[in-house]
Every structure is written in structure tokens, then in C-alpha cells.
Design a protein around this ligand. Structure first.
Ligand SMILES: C=C(O[C@@H]1C=C(C(=O)O)C=C[C@H]1O)C(=O)O
Length: 118
């Protein structure tokens, strides 16, 4: 039913071992596919990526737009603010969309992002 679909923000994040274009491409596509598989998205409104300042090899938005032919999706890529306890080599995404679900996806080292530090 159409009324199940609401505008929501869906979060995700992944990490890199090395800032290398092949690993970045694989991990960004993996993150995107996992978010799409774990959600029921009917329309994407916009997508914002952030990368930690130690990621320079490729732009995750360009990867998705070109490799998955998402030319009509309005993407942005930003640098994540750094704090004393920031984790390294993290790629974050916020998808604003119409969806009947709101399942966040955290992969690899990014799984630890929302665990409280002692
Ligand atoms: C914990 C995360 O990293 C940072 C902290 C956030 C938070 O505390 O909500 C959100 C985004 C990031 O600035 C995350 O990406 O989920």
C-alpha cells in the first residue's frame, strides 16, 4: 500500500583497510547493495556521503553514479569532521528517500561506530 511509504533518512557506513580505488569501489558498492537489499525504498530523494580526511583515492558518489548508472540521483560528498576519538578510513552515507523501512547498515570496522567507548 502506498501509505506505508514515508520520507525517511537511512544511514549506513563502511570502512577501508587501505585508501585504494579498488577497495573503495568494492566496499561502496557492497554498502549500497546491502542498504537496498535490507530496505524497501520506492524513491530516492538525495544521497550524502562523507569520507574521513584520510580518504582521497576516489569519490564514492562518482563510483555509484557511474558504475550503477545512477545519474538521476542527486549525490553530494563531504569531508567528515574530525574529533579526538574519530575512527579512521570511514565512508558514511545518508540516503533521504521514500521507504516503508528504515534499516541502517554498518559494515566492516564501521560496525563499531555506534558502540559506546569505555
Ligand atoms: C557514529 C557515527 O559517526 C558519527 C557520529 C554520529 C552520531 O553520533 O550520530 C553520526 C555521524 C558521524 O558524525 C555514525 O556514522 O553512525
Amino acid at each position: 500500500m502506498d501509505s506505508e511509504y514515508k520520507i525517511v533518512g537511512i544511514r549506513g557506513a563502511t570502512s577501508l583497510n587501505e585508501d585504494h580505488p579498488i577497495e573503495l569501489t568494492e566496499n561502496v558498492i557492497e554498502l549500497w547493495n546491502e542498504i537496498m537489499n535490507k530496505n524497501d525504498i520506492s524513491r530516492i530523494i538525495s544521497v550524502i556521503f562523507s569520507v574521513t580526511p584520510d580518504i582521497k583515492s576516489l569519490n564514492p558518489a562518482t563510483i555509484l553514479r557511474e558504475k550503477l548508472d545512477l545519474n538521476n540521483v542527486p549525490f553530494m560528498s563531504l569531508e567528515e569532521a574530525s574529533f579526538n576519538d574519530s575512527r579512521k578510513k570511514i565512508i558514511r552515507v545518508l540516503i533521504i528517500c521514500e521507504s516503508s523501512t528504515q534499516n541502517f547498515v554498518y559494515l566492516h570496522e564501521a560496525k563499531n561506530l555506534r558502540t559506546k567507548k569505555e
